[in-house]
Design a protein around this ligand. Structure first.
Ligand code: TXA
Ligand code: MG
Length: 509
């Protein structure tokens, strides 16, 4: 039965959005719904599954107790139920910013859980609230966000004026939830027919099909790793050469053990420290792994992803899942579902929309054979963090034992001609010959000498730069430019992975 279609979600802020903001609420007497809350939510729930996502920093600050926050949540929930409104889940973050938790808005922790648990298609989903972080939240999970002038909205409106790139300038702010709801209902398109739930994806994988799945690094094109015919379909859909082996994804170390002949001690320490997460280990393999997966090598690349939807799909399938990035060979890797749809939509059996990838570049690959530890591809975990466990890593080119066959010089490439430079370099000699030039910059650099400049992170944050990298390369590539000039980012931490992708994208070999 494959009739379970994905659904759209709306992630609503609580205080200042569906009830009045009266500070850190302690008692149910303080709960006052806005006059338009019930009718707005009733209209929305015809199209969307409703969620409340609330930051209750008062708990961490010691102003209110967790039980108080929870009691108010369940009171709101039952009042809404009386009015015929069903909230699928109330997600509460009890921390404050300085706690550095994963669940605080605008981080997309809760929507990704919702995508895994309720089959929510995040790109078709929305956030709404009276604070800038409520709007950013929507864009961060890969959907859209609307800004309300209720609650503290009017007061915080000034903050919005700085975020130029955001779509919400066109649509927001709304004076109340009712106006926002009608806008959302009008805007929200049907879900593309290619989008499927995690459940359906797991069934397709079990049946030998191939599906696009979200991971925290980039979207993957997944099949049953031990089914040769299924794996072959991946190579065909991607037009990938057979000498380029695939990464096998598992739900845990133990789930991957049957594929691994020998798990060197430090490799196991790496797995324990960084899994689930953006690290791939190349290890000696057992004979159950088909040759097509490893391109005939005696090793297999394995990884446990952290994206809740990826985990759900792997768990529901009960299999190990082979998954290269879900793009045609050599092209830019996909970091949201619509990228997969446009690049491979007609060649695969479905796509699970798990929102925007939170890391944005592929996993770091470490070869672990005969006590050698080799950095085969820089990526989402920094070399520095890995070397804390392994000691100094060898690099790809100077290991005799292991190489990563798929790491071609030219890769991750836009169609537009691209060059890579340091931001202090002089202009290319023939700069004047190009009529339309775009720049991809980083940090405080601003050139003001070309058609468009996209800055990977004006604040100089490499994590943000990684998240934006492929998105911005795509954007520039669509602009019919004659040349893209990209600046190298600092080489430390995630910078090594970003520079690696930039130099491959710029390579002509
Ligand atoms: O973040 C990622 O790793 C993403 C997501 C989907 O998990 N996957 C990914 O896969 O980037 P792909 O196929 O684009 O890159 C996998 C690379 C291969 O090109 C190859 O260089 C290396 O992993 N690899 C795989 N198996 C190997 C092996 N046995 N020995 C050496 N390198 C291997
Ligand atoms: Mg609020």
């Amino acid at each position: 039965m494959r009739n379970k279609l994905p659904v759209k979600g709306i992630f609503l802020d609580r205080d200042g959005t569906i009830i009045e903001d009266r500070g850190h609420l302690k008692s149910i007497e303080d709960v006052h719904f806005y006059p338009d809350t019930f009718e707005s939510l009733r209209a929305l729930q015809k199209e969307f599954i409703l969620f409340i996502v609330t930051n209750q920093s008062g708990v961490s600050k010691g102003i209110i107790k967790k039980e108080d926050a929870d009691r108010i949540n369940s009171f709101i929930n039952s009042r809404l139920l009386e009015k015929g409104i069903k909230i699928a889940e109330i997600y509460t973050c009890y921390h404050q910013k300085s706690d550095n938790c994963e669940c605080i808005k605008p981080k997309s922790f809760f929507p990704k859980i919702a995508a895994a648990e309720f089959g929510i298609s995040l790109q078709e989903s929305w956030s709404a609230g009276d604070h800038l972080h409520d709007v950013d939240f929507g864009y961060n999970f890969g959907g859209r966000g609307v800004y309300l002038l209720t609650g503290h909205g009017a007061k915080h409106f000034e903050e919005l004026k700085n975020s130029e790139e955001k779509l919400y300038f066109k649509s927001s702010p709304f004076k109340n939830l009712k106006d926002a709801s009608s806008y959302i209902l009008q805007e929200s398109k049907n879900i593309p027919k290619e989008y499927i739930t995690a459940q359906t994806a797991a069934e397709i994988i079990r049946d030998g099909g191939i599906v696009g799945i979200p991971t925290e690094t980039v979207y993957g094109l997944a099949s049953d790793a031990l089914n040769e015919t299924a794996v072959l379909k991946i190579f065909e859909a991607k037009k990938r050469p057979h000498f380029d082996p695939l990464i096998v994804h598992g739900s845990s170390i133990d789930n991957l053990r049957p594929l691994i002949k020998e798990f060197p001690k430090k490799a196991e320490l790496l797995a324990k420290k960084f899994w689930p997460g953006p690290l791939t280990l190349v290890l000696p393999r057992t004979s159950i792994v088909p040759d097509i997966v490893t391109a005939g090598l005696e090793t297999v690349a394995v990884r446990v992803p952290s994206h809740p939807v990826a985990r759900k799909i792997i768990e529901l399938s009960g299999l190990n899942v082979a998954a290269p990035s879900a793009n045609p060979f050599g092209e830019i890797s996909p970091t949201c579902a619509s990228h997969v749809l446009s690049q491979l939509g007609d060649k695969i059996d479905g796509i699970v929309d798990g929102g925007k990838a939170s890391v944005g570049i592929e996993s770091t690959i470490i070869g672990c054979v005969n006590n050698e530890y080799v950095l085969l591809r820089p990526g989402g975990i920094s070399r520095e963090d890995i070397e804390e466990i392994t000691g100094k890593l060898l690099i790809n080119d100077n290991s005799e034992l292991i190489t990563a066959p798929g790491t071609m010089k030219r890769h991750y490439s836009p169609n537009t001609n691209m060059i890579l430079q340091n931001h202090t370099d002089p202009l290319p000699e023939d700069f004047q010959d190009y009529k339309k030039v775009g720049r991809l910059t980083y940090g405080s650099t601003f050139y003001n000498d070309c058609e468009i400049e996209l800055n990977l992170s004006p604040a100089g944050d490499l994590k943000d730069a990684a998240v934006n990298l492929y998105h911005y390369m795509r954007k520039l590539d669509k602009m019919n430019l004659e040349l893209i000039i990209a600046d190298r980012v600092p080489q430390s931490g995630l910078g090594a992975g970003i520079n690696d992708r930039l130099s491959r994208a710029a390579s002509r070999d």
